[in-house]
Design a protein around this ligand. Sequence first.
Ligand SMILES: Nc1ncnc2c1ncn2[C@@H]1O[C@H](COP(=O)(O)O)[C@@H](OP(=O)(O)O)[C@H]1O
Ligand SMILES: [Mg+2]
Ligand SMILES: [Mg+2]
Ligand SMILES: [Mg+2]
Length: 358
Amino acid sequence: MSSSFAKELEVAQLAVQRATILTKRVFHNSAKGTVSKDDASPVTVGDFGAQALIIAALQANFPGDKIVAEEESDTLRSNAALRDQIWDLVRTTALDDAAAEALLGGAVKDADAMLDLIGLGNSKGGASGRIWAIDPIDGTKGFLRGGQYAVCLALMVDGDVKVGVLGCPNLPVDDAAPLTADIGTDQTDEGGSRGVIFSAVLGQGASSRPLGTGALAEGKPIAMKPITEMAAASFCESVEAGHSNQGESAQIAQKLGITRPSVRMDSQAKYGSIARGAGDIYLRLPTSKTYQEKIWDHAAGDLIVREAGGQVTDTTGSRLDFSVGRTLAANRGVIAAPAAVHGQVLKAVQEVLGQAAS
Ligand SMILES: Nc1ncnc2c1ncn2[C@@H]1O[C@H](COP(=O)(O)O)[C@@H](OP(=O)(O)O)[C@H]1O
Ligand SMILES: [Mg+2]
Ligand SMILES: [Mg+2]
Ligand SMILES: [Mg+2]
C-alpha cells in the first residue's frame, strides 16, 4: 500500500540535475533570450529549455502522469528564432553518465517534439491523481541579475506533495556555509564549491548532495537549525519588494526581537537554505489582495522544509493546499520555520498583519 517513491525520486533528481546544467549554460552566457510575458514578468531560453528537458524525462518514465509547469509553448510557435535558440540548448545538453541519460529517455527528437513537450505542462492541477509541478527556473529575476535561482520539481499524489527536488546551482555545496545571498565573484565556479540538489520524500527525510554532471553523488541528511534564542535568528526573504511585503516583515522582526538584517535571496533556494540550517525563517507576506501564489513556487520547498523538521503554513496558520489547482488559491503568504518556534512567529505575523488591516 505504501510506496517508497524510489524511482520517482531518482528520475526527479536526474531530471533536475540535467535541466540545471542547461540553465547554467544560459546563466554564463550574456545572450539569455529574455522575453516579457503577459504579466510583464521575464522568461528566458533557459526557462523554456529546462522545462522541455524535465518534461521529456517525466514522459519517458511516467507517461500517464499530469504536469503543471510554469511556461507555455504558444509564443514559441510564432517565434522561430527563439525556438531555434532553445532547441540548440536542448539538443546539446546531456548528463555525463550514459546510464543516467538513458534513464531520462535520451535526447529529444526535434524542435517540434520539444515544443510539444513544453506544452504538456498545461494541466489544471487539482486534488486527484499523480501531478508533477515544475518551475524550470524559479527566481528568473535573480537568474538575470546574477543571483540565486532554483530548478524545481515536485510530485503530488491526490493533492499531497510526496517528492520534492530543488536544483540550486549558485548555493554553496557545504550545508554549513554561512547564509548569504551573494554568490561571490567566482562566476565560473571553477573550484566547484557551488551547486546543490535538495530532495525529500514524504516520511523519509530531506537530504542535500552536490549538483554534479553525471551519476548522482551520495546524499547527506539535512535538518533545520533549532532556534534557541529568537533574537539571534534572522529572516530569509525574497529580494523582490513586489513579491513580499518588506515593511511588514521589519515590524515582525522587531516584535520578535530580531535585530539581524534579513537575508534577501531569490527563489526556493530560501526553502533549501533554511532546511539545511544555513538560515532560520522564511517569510513571504502578501503585497496585494489579489495575487495567488503558484504551486510550482512552493511544492518542492514545502516538503523539503517539513521533512527537515520545519513547519510551513500561510499567514492564517493553514498548511499550504496544493490540491486546488495551479495556484495556492486557498492560502495567503508563507511562513516556514523550525516546528518548535513556528507558533511564535505566526503569532507575531498575525499581530502585525492584523494591525495593518484595521
Ligand atoms: N506579486 C507577487 N507576489 C508574490 N510572488 C510573485 C509575485 N509576482 C511573481 N511572483 C513569483 O515569485 C517567484 C520568485 O520568488 P522569489 O520572490 O522568492 O524569488 C516568481 O517565480 P519565477 O521567477 O519562477 O517566475 C513568481 O512566480
Ligand atoms: Mg516566471
Ligand atoms: Mg517561480
Ligand atoms: Mg519560473
